[in-house]
Design a protein around this ligand. Structure first.
Ligand SMILES: [Zn+2]
Length: 70
């Protein structure tokens, strides 16, 4: 089973939501448990954004990368 939706929220010291999303390392881990179409929800420019995961980590290193002919 793959993850269908991920919500990535960032708070400041006072607990107020601020802009932010997962870092590159987290995106790599997420890629191993999600699909290209997994929805990622986060705040950017003070607005809630919903994007397919493939837009956050295009050309991700996946299991397929290990199977490719080199
Ligand atoms: Zn991270």
């Amino acid at each position: 089973m793959k993850i269908q939706t991920i919500v990535a929220l960032c708070k400041n010291k006072e607990g107020k939501l601020i802009d932010g999303c997962s870092c590159g390392t987290c995106r790599q881990v997420i890629s191993e448990f999600s699909t290209a179409e997994t929805r990622v929800i986060y705040q950017f420019n003070n607005k809630i954004v919903i994007k397919p995961f493939k837009n956050l980590l295009p050309d991700a290193f996946t299991k397929k990368s290990l199977e490719a002919d080199r």
